[in-house]
Design a protein around this ligand. Structure first.
Ligand code: AMP
Ligand code: ZN
Length: 491
């Protein structure tokens, strides 16, 4: 049986397409990175769990992965039109820290979340401000044919490239009905590729350019870093679904201009062969309506809050993996709790499996997985990254008690490769709820539980009840006979 070919949904064609690499044996992927003016929220992190899953699937298929994630430390405006302020300049104006310190602080916070979620480091992190010179060169190379200057900056004329806005499926004549607050633009959808510092003002981040002192536009950054690090065309460009509407159509227009290529019937003219977008993490508002989690609205959850409330960060990864990346995912604490329980169950099953394997004295190699058993995982991940099915296939294999342990453990190894849950090394203790606000630490709970078990063994039920009450006073509920073998939980 030959392995199924990796099939991915291309937002540009709105179709599932087989993955065919530009360079044999290699997969080059660019993911739009975070704008580092604030902490990343768990919705942002969904975008990188998705990009990581894509990378794992590509490696699983035998490609050498060259993944780039950028750090946007300049150029992203508060408004997707060109009238807003730079998000980092605005954050710095409200703080006593320099813009560089702010960028560094939130970049570090982002990377900490990346680690906590077991998202693998990309081959290259690219920081936008390291590429200013290259951005100016890129802009110069397209300026004559595709751009015009206004007092506020250098603007890209979207009518100079074929099929502008195809990615967004937008009606371009009216500029997609989006914000048009800059006087003098030729088309409402035209966008700044270089923003001049207004006369009499100084920005913390500004550079000399042929169009005066200023800063690059956000869309320019990603075109330039992708071209420099991966070359056009590269294989796959990823981002959240919001980028499908403005940021990526604008990147594509610049790429077409830079390459001097034609329309988008040929996907590679866009700079990448495949454009992929994860859907939003949404939150239910009090009134029952749902909305996208966003940094700018200020209503967002950080991964650290989940950890502080006692949830292991990989429970959030499970939550992401249970949903298809192209579906909206609604966050709730109950849902997170259910994901944690699922993860606990998996960890405990793997624990038992390891013991079984040791007792069986059978080396893993003695029972290789059959082509059919491997295909269960293969088909799921190769069918546009169906991680939800990979999870259930794993559970099915773990539950197949007649299948030798030596075989089942290989299924876990494959699932770890594809899902990044570290099931082979995660322990029960790692997953215990341990909120920062807890009134007793785990060692204290374990000591009391052990004393209570002894009391029960000695049939000293009044002592056992007293310990139960003592724990209850500290908001720890003892769970006798829990099917998971978890002896306690926090109330
Ligand atoms: P930003 O830091 O705002 O530039 O966003 C970083 C990444 O997170 C981008 O790929 C966004 O498209 C993505 N993103 C933003 N909000 C959400 C959300 N609520 N759910 C999923 N992805 C999101
Ligand atoms: Zn980008």
């Amino acid at each position: 049986m030959t392995a199924p070919k990796l099939t991915l949904f291309n937002s540009l064609t709105r179709a599932l397409e087989p993955f065919v690499p530009v360079h044999e044996g290699e997969a080059r992927v660019y993911s739009c990175g975070p704008t580092v003016y604030n902490y990343p929220h768990i919705g942002n992190m969904r975008a990188y769990v998705f990009a990581d899953t894509l990378g794992r699937a590509l490696e699983w298929q035998g490609y050498t992965l060259n993944h780039v994630i950028n750090i946007t430390d300049v150029g992203h405006l508060t408004d997707d039109g060109d009238a807003g302020e730079d998000k980092l300049e605005q954050a710095a104006a409200k703080s006593d820290k320099s813009i560089w310190d702010i960028a560094r602080h939130y970049t570090d916070a982002f990377k900490a979340d990346v680690r906590a979620l077991n998202i693998r480091q990309p081959a290259q992190w690219s920081v936008a401000t390291d590429y200013i010179e290259a951005m100016i060169e890129f802009a110069q190379s397209i300026a004559d044919k595709h751009c015009y200057e206004l007092d506020s900056g250098l603007y890209f004329d979207v009518s100079t490239v074929a099929d502008y806005g195809r990615l967004a499926r937008a009606v371009t004549e009216d500029g997609e009905g989006r914000i048009d607050t800059v006087a003098g633009k030729r088309n409402a959808a035209d966008f700044a590729i270089w923003r001049k510092t207004p006369a009499g003002e100084t920005r913390q981040m500004e550079w000399d350019s042929p169009w005066g002192k200023g800063a690059p536009g956000w869309h320019l950054e990603c075109s330039v870093m992708a071209e420099k690090l991966l070359g056009f065309p590269f294989d796959i460009h990823t981002g959240g679904i919001d980028h499908r509407e403005i940021h990526h159509p604008n990147e594509i227009a610049q790429n077409q201009a830079f390459c001097g290529c034609g329309g988008l019937d040929e996907a590679a003219h866009s700079g990448a062969r495949i454009w992929m977008h994860n859907n939003f993490l949404i939150v239910r508002k009090d009134e029952g309506s749902s909305g996208k989690m966003s940094k700018s609205s200020g209503e967002f959850l950080r991964l650290q809050l989940l950890i502080d409330r006692g949830y292991h960060p990989l429970a959030y990864r499970v939550m992401c993996l249970q949903a298809h990346y192209r579906s909206e995912l609604e966050f709730s604490w109950e849902g997170l709790g259910a994901a944690l329980t699922r993860l606990k169950r998996l960890v405990m099953q793997v624990d038992k499996l390891k013991a079984e394997l040791a007792a069986s004295k059978q080396p893993e190699g003695s029972f290789p997985l059959s082509a059919q058993e491997r295909a269960m995982f293969d088909e799921a991940i190769c069918g546009d990254l169906n991680t939800a099915v990979v999870l259930t296939q794993l559970e099915t294999l773990l539950g197949a008690k007649k299948t030798p342990a030596a075989k089942r453990i290989q299924g876990v190894r494959i699932a770890d490769q594809l899902l990044g849950l570290d099931l082979l090394s995660l322990t029960r203790e790692d997953l215990r709820l341990n909120p920062v606000a807890a009134e007793i630490d785990e060692a204290g709970i374990d000591a009391l539980i052990a004393r209570r078990q002894q009391a029960r063994a000695d049939k000293d039920f009044s002592a056992s009840d007293a310990i139960r009450d003592e724990l209850a006073a500290k908001r720890v509920e003892v769970m006798d006979g829990d099917s998971l073998g978890w002896e306690w939980k926090l109330d």
